[in-house]
Design a protein around this ligand. Structure first.
Ligand SMILES: [Zn+2]
Length: 160
C-alpha cells in the first residue's frame, strides 16, 4: 500500500465526469487500499479517485476512523431534509465554506468485488458521501459554497 499524490485545484481531472468501473480485479483493490492510505495520511474523511488523478467512479469515506465505506459507481437514489455546515476538500488546501446539502440520503454502489449494495446515511456521513459523489461527476464543493469561512470559524472542520 502507498500514499498517492493529491491533485489540487485547478486541474482538468477534477472537473470532468469519471468513467464507470467495469473491471473488479486485484488492481482495483490495490487502488482502494492506496486511497485509504492517502486519505489517512492527509487527515481527510473521504477521497475520490480523481483527487489522485484517476478518472474512475471510485470514492471512499471514513468520518470517524471506525468504518470505511468503499463506493464504486455510486448513485444517490433518494434524498430528504437539508443541512448546512462547514466543508473542506483535500484538493483545496486551507479553503473552507458553508455548504447546504440534503440531510439524509440513500445510495447504491458496488463494493470492491462488484457486488451492488444499498446504504442509508444522514448528517455528516451523508454530507461526506455527497461531497465525494459530486467529485465523480466533476462537481466541486466551491460551486455550492454559500459563504467562505475564516480560520477562526474552522475549529474541528474536516477535509473531504
Ligand atoms: Zn473534495
Amino acid at each position: 500500500m502507498s500514499v498517492r499524490k493529491i491533485v489540487t485545484y485547478p486541474a482538468d481531472i477534477l472537473e470532468q465526469v469519471c468513467k464507470t468501473v467495469m473491471v473488479f480485479d486485484k488492481k482495483l483493490g490495490k487502488l482502494l487500499d492506496d486511497m485509504y492510505d492517502t486519505m489517512i495520511e492527509y487527515d481527510g474523511v473521504g477521497l475520490a479517485a480523481p483527487q489522485i488523478g484517476i478518472d474512475k467512479q471510485i470514492a471512499i469515506v471514513d468520518i470517524d476512523d471506525s468504518t470505511t465505506y468503499e463506493l464504486i459507481n455510486p448513485v444517490i437514489l433518494e434524498t430528504s431534509g437539508t443541512q448546512t455546515g462547514p466543508e473542506g476538500c483535500l484538493s483545496f488546501p486551507g479553503l473552507f465554506g458553508e455548504v447546504t446539502r440534503p440531510y439524509k440520503i440513500k445510495v447504491k454502489a458496488q463494493n470492491r468485488k462488484g457486488k451492488w449494495f444499498e446504504m442509508e446515511a444522514e448528517d455528516f456521513l451523508a454530507r461526506a458521501i455527497q461531497h465525494e459523489v459530486d467529485h465523480l461527476h466533476g462537481v466541486l464543493f466551491t460551486t455550492k459554497v454559500s459563504r467562505y469561512l475564516e480560520e477562526e470559524e474552522l475549529e474541528g472542520s474536516s477535509k473531504e
